[in-house]
Every structure is written in C-alpha cells, then in structure tokens.
Design a protein around this ligand. Structure first.
Ligand SMILES: Nc1ncnc2c1ncn2[C@@H]1O[C@H](COP(=O)(O)OP(=O)(O)OP(=O)(O)O)[C@@H](O)[C@H]1O
Ligand SMILES: [Mg+2]
Length: 399
C-alpha cells in the first residue's frame, strides 16, 4: 500500500491495526524488526528506516535493523554516541524529533553516513518505549517529497508503540523458552553435586575416596560454571542484546592462542595438532573475543570427539570473498542424518554423551556469532573418519 496525501488518516490507521496483529505474532526478533522498519519507511514516505536498540548492560546505542542493511552491512551493530546524535537526543529526551535539514543540525552524527556511504538529508526519530522504559529509537530517513510532518510523526509514534511492545514480547518469549530448557539442563549436574555432597558426609570414607569425591565435585562445579556462561551468551545472542566490538587483526596469533589453550588436553589423549596458515593471509575485521570463543568451541569439540592418537589440523585461507578457518579432526565423525541438527540448541549427536560431557550449546552459540558477522559455518563429516568445521568470514565487511 502506498501512502500519499490522498490517503485519509482512517485508512492509515486501519492499515496499522492490521500490521500490529502481524507484529504481535512474530516471535523472531530479526524478522520482527525488519517488518517494523519496512512499514515505517512505507508509511512515512521515507527512503529508509532503521531501528537502534539500547544495550541493557552497556547502555550503548547500536543499529540492529534497517531497510537498507542488506546493501549497507557495515551498519549492523554499529554503535552511535548517545551524546552527539539525533538518536541519542531522542533517548535522552524521550520525545520524537524531526530534523528536515540534518546537515545544519548540530545534533546529527555524520559518521554513519561517512561509514556507510548513505547520505542522510532528513530524519525523524521516535522513541521506542516499553512501559516506562526506553528500549531504542525508530528512525525514518530521507522523506521522498518535502519534509517529515506532524501527521508522519503521529502515525509512526503509534507504530513505534506497537513495535516496542512486540520487541519486548519476543525477548520475553525467548527468555522463558530458554529458561525452561536451561533449568532442565541444570538438573543433571546439580543432582550429581548433591550425590557427591551426600557421600562426602559419610564418616567411613578413606582418604583416597574423599580425594576422588572432591575431584568430582570440582569438575561438576566447573561444568556448571561453563554451562551458565553458555546460557548467558545464548540469551544475549537470542534477544539481540549482544553488542559486538569489532577490530581488524591478524588471524595467526589468534589461532595459536586458541590452540595453546587446548594443547595439554590434546596431549593427554596423545592427539597431535598442526597449523597450516599461508604467510600472506589478510587481516580480518571481527569481534576478536567472540571469534576466539567460536574457535575455542570448535577446537574443544575436535579434542573431545577425537580418538586417542588422533590429530587436529587448523587450516586457513581465502576464496574470492571470504577468509576461512577450518578445524579438521579424525575422530568419531557424525552420522549424516544428524548433521542438519548440529547447530540446534542442546543437540548432541547419538553416542556422544558416552564420549565426553557437554551441554550441546557450543555450536548454536558459534552459529549465531558467525551469522552476526555475516559469515557462515559448514560441516563435512564421515563417521569413524572425522569431521571438518569451517568458518567463513567476509573479507570486506564494510562497503
Ligand atoms: N568435531 C566433532 N566430532 C564429532 N562430533 C562433534 C564434533 N563437534 C560437534 N560434534 C557433535 O555435535 C554436538 C554439539 O556440539 P556442541 O559444541 O554444540 O555441544 P557440546 O560440545 O556437546 O557441548 P558444549 O556446549 O560444551 O560445547 C556434540 O555433542 C557432538 O555430538
Ligand atoms: Mg562443544
């Protein structure tokens, strides 16, 4: 539906009611946000629209969605200063803003245009409020004809109110879903801790038995600890609250760092490790800590699901558009029919539980982190022969 001066207000409001039903039933945050921005651009007669969200813990304001994010991927996750931007002004004052001449508006933050190559002429910003809390800003950019007007502001304010509720709903939905699964997963280590504690209380224990039990206690506590870290990571990734801190860095030191951390665990099982990196490998732009988490999980899997005397090879290279990092092992392998499920939360391949402990969250976290970098992960595996997990990252993240 195209909106112009001839469309009366009633039609616009009727259209919005239809939209808000659709928004309320969309539970995937990314598709919800992309619907909101496209409706906002359409209803306000703007060239583009975007959503900035406020990170709950860091309080940073960052781009989470935009109608033109496909062509301007550099925008995704870009952090905007709250004290020198129109969006920041909206957050601070909790009121809408119309700036029909941004070039001469001192509140405008020109770096986004510089970094994305998209020229902003006019901008309207609407605060996204859920109850009394401000969660972000809905922006419409470049009115096609004339400037943004009060009626535009009124209609997008209503859309913004619906959008904010829908965003909170998806967050809560995913949290409650995840919480139920997490609590379920916590039961096993908790019950073994309770069993160990019960045994430790027995007076007839030998010193040897006591030492063994304390050791078990220690490993179970460590396992609980790493589970809670995974839970938190996943919850942040799923709710879209994760902020990535990108930098440009060489890959080789990162790979060496990761491998070092698993060297002794590999040696315990007589697993040999090897690195194969071409000398002219370009540097990569990514969140280094998050990429490290991804590699650590892939290496940890390659060690855990390997066999005594096995080997691991870390190989990197480039194709036309991407840099890849492959983690190859010659361990247990994964049955073909289970490969499509590997990146699902809590999924563990059959027979794995007997080989090594794990929560089945590592790969789902990896997939989300890599997707947020606009990359991909592929798997090839042959039962009994081994597996290769390959991470591909775009060589040119910014246009
Ligand atoms: N290199 C590999 N070789 C064989 N199976 C693998 C390999 N990597 C992953 N898998 C299978 O995929 C499952 C999911 O892996 P994922 O890393 O998500 O979870 P996990 O290792 O079980 O637990 P954690 O959350 O501690 O990482 C594993 O349980 C295992 O069955
Ligand atoms: Mg794992």
């Amino acid at each position: 539906m195209a909106f112009n001066s001839e469309n009366n207000l009633l039609q616009q409001y009727q259209y919005l009611i239809g939209i808000s039903r659709d928004l309320a039933s969309t539970l995937d945050l990314d598709s919800l946000l992309s619907k909101i921005v496209s409706v906002a651009a359409e209803m306000s007669g703007a060239e583009a629209a975007s959503i900035l969200l406020l990170d709950e813990s860091s309080q940073q304001l960052y781009f989470q969605a935009a109608t033109n994010i496909e062509v301007l991927p550099a925008m995704h996750g870009m952090v905007i200063p709250r004290d020198s931007s129109l969006a920041g002004w909206v957050i601070k004052n909790r009121t809408p803003v119309i700036a029909n001449d941004v070039e001469n508006d001192r509140r405008h933050y020109p770096n986004v245009d510089q970094e994305t190559g998209f020229a902003t002429r006019s901008l309207m910003g609407i605060p996204l409020m859920a109850k009394d809390e401000i969660i972000g800003v809905l922006e419409t950019i470049n009115k096609r004809e004339g400037g943004f007007s009060q009626p535009d502001q009124d209609i997008i304010t209503i859309l913004g109110a619906q959008a904010a509720i829908a965003i909170q709903n998806t967050r809560m939905f995913h949290q409650s879903d995840l919480i139920a699964e997490m609590v379920h997963e916590l039961r096993t280590p908790l019950s073994s801790l309770s069993a160990v504690a019960g045994l430790l209380a027995r007076p007839d224990l030998s010193e040897d038995q006591r030492i063994k039990l304390v050791h078990t206690l220690h490993t179970e506590v460590q396992r609980l600890n790493s589970m809670t870290t995974s839970f938190l990571d996943l919850a942040r990734l799923e709710s879209g609250r994760m902020v990535f801190h990108k930098s440009i860095f060489p890959v080789q030191p990162l790979i060496e760092e990761c491998l070092n951390l698993y060297e002794s665990q590999a040696a315990e099982h007589a697993i040999s490790t090897k690195i194969d990196i071409p000398p002219d490998l370009p540097r990569i732009e990514a969140d280094r800590d998050e990429l490290k988490q991804v590699l650590l999980n892939l290496i940890s899997n390659a060690v855990k699901y390997n066999r005594p005397g096995g080997s691991i090879l870390l190989r990197t290279g480039t194709n036309e558009k991407e840099l890849f990092i492959a983690v190859e092992d010659n361990g247990s392998g994964i049955p073909e029919e289970e490969i499509p499920h590997l990146f699902e939360k809590f999924f563990r391949a059959s027979g794995t539980k007997k080989i090594a402990p794990g929560t089945g969250l590592g790969l789902s976290i990896c997939a989300k982190v890599i997707a947020a970098h606009r990359g991909r992960i592929t798997v090839t595996s042959h039962p009994g022969q081994g597996s290769t997990f390959t991470v591909y990252l775009p060589l040119k993240p910014a246009p």
